[in-house]
Design a protein around this ligand. Structure first.
Ligand code: GLN
Length: 212
């Protein structure tokens, strides 16, 4: 299986390495033709304003939307989360608008620019995820179809899922965490071959979301 990693800017290399560590080929995506044959896509951290410019310069917006609408899973980390949101607080136009939520960029302020914190993500099991937050966004509001996967101790939302689209405010790939990438690979396998997981695991698009 091949999973694309948007590689126009930012921390894409670490995602390719993390995918390799779980036996998945990560394909660097810079042009629409790089998306041919990928079963899912990672949108990495970086600078969302730069990434949005490059996405449009290289004609990637429409083919990435097509991929998502066909049901392939997407996973955005940090700036990638911002690219997926339907609403960005105080200004910027949404890019992909695939996750019904409002995010705020650089939400932790200067004193807490970057920090690391263990966060609990129940769908990934009991062991906490070590989250690296770097000028991270926060999710301020989610729509009814969005599953909240994780909150900080103060209640603020830092990981979400809406059907085939996942996003985290933090970088799991910078802390040796592989469970989000494994989840993405599982979702990609189910997308490729919907019969494969039948009976073992609910399809991610099924209503009722027993894994919420
Ligand atoms: N602050 C960046 C932005 O707003 C995101 C930072 C990151 O991806 N680590 O785009």
């Amino acid at each position: 299986m091949r999973i694309g990693v948007l590689a126009v800017q930012g921390a894409f290399a670490e995602h390719v390495t993390t995918l390799a560590s779980i036996g998945v080929e990560g394909v660097e995506v810079r042009l629409p033709s790089d998306l041919v044959g990928v079963s899912g896509l990672v949108l990495p951290g970086g600078e969302s304003t730069t990434m949005r410019l490059l996405i449009d310069r290289w004609g990637l917006r429409a083919p990435i939307l097509d991929l998502a609408r066909a049901g392939a899973p997407l996973f955005g980390t940090c700036a990638g989360m911002i690219l997926l949101a339907t609403s960005i607080a105080d200004g910027d136009e949404p890019v992909f608008g695939l996750l019904d939520m409002r995010v705020r960029r650089n939400a932790f302020g200067r004193q807490l620019d970057s920090f690391e914190s263990d966060v609990t993500v129940p769908i990934l099991g009991d062991a906490p995820v070590h989250g690296v937050f770097i000028r991270a966004p926060i999710v301020e509001e989610v729509g009814p179809d969005v599953d909240v996967l994780s909150r900080l101790d103060d209640g603020r939302i830092v990981a979400v899922r809406q059907r085939n689209v996942l996003a985290t405010a933090f970088h799991p790939e910078l802390a040796g965490e592989t469970r989000f990438h494994r989840l993405l690979a599982t979702m990609a396998a189910e997308h490729q071959d919907p019969g494969e997981g039948a009976g073992r695991r609910p399809h991610p698009t099924r209503r009722g979301r027993p894994d919420a």
